[in-house]
Ligand binder design. Structure first.
Ligand code: SF4
Length: 111
């Protein structure tokens, strides 16, 4: 390795560290904001419109025949909660947190 190669390698390591330091506070802030979101209530008008239920096991089959056992917010592509959290943001209900066991008619399976 030449001195010039060593300089490039050190510069790349420095830039990678600097990029990580810049991103980490943003990620922490996002996680903290998600934890602070108010919980979506089933009585919320938007929640009612999409048949949101806090517990997918209590979705009435006669009213929502499209619901299948095992469909829940935690397995929905629109759910953005962190692993292990009980509540998390959902792209359909901005500014609110949905329960990981919840469900609504916009359910989209994770791919
Ligand atoms: S869109 Fe997905 S994550 Fe959001 S409430 Fe409906 S099922 Fe849950």
């Amino acid at each position: 390795m030449t001195i010039r190669d060593a300089d490039h390698s050190a510069r790349r390591r420095f830039l990678a560290l600097a990029a990580g330091a810049a991103v980490a506070p943003g990620l922490l802030a996002t996680v903290a904001r998600a934890a602070d979101l108010p919980h979506l209530e089933e009585t919320d008008s938007a929640a009612k419109a999409l048949g949101y239920h806090l517990d997918n096991r209590k979705v009435p089959a006669d009213k929502y025949p499209q619901h299948r056992p095992g469909q829940e917010c935690g397995k929905c592509n629109l759910y953005k909660g962190v692993a292990g959290a009980q509540w998390g943001p959902c792209l359909i209900f901005p500014g609110k947190a949905v329960h990981v066991d919840g469900w609504c008619t916009a359910f989209t399976p994770k791919t």
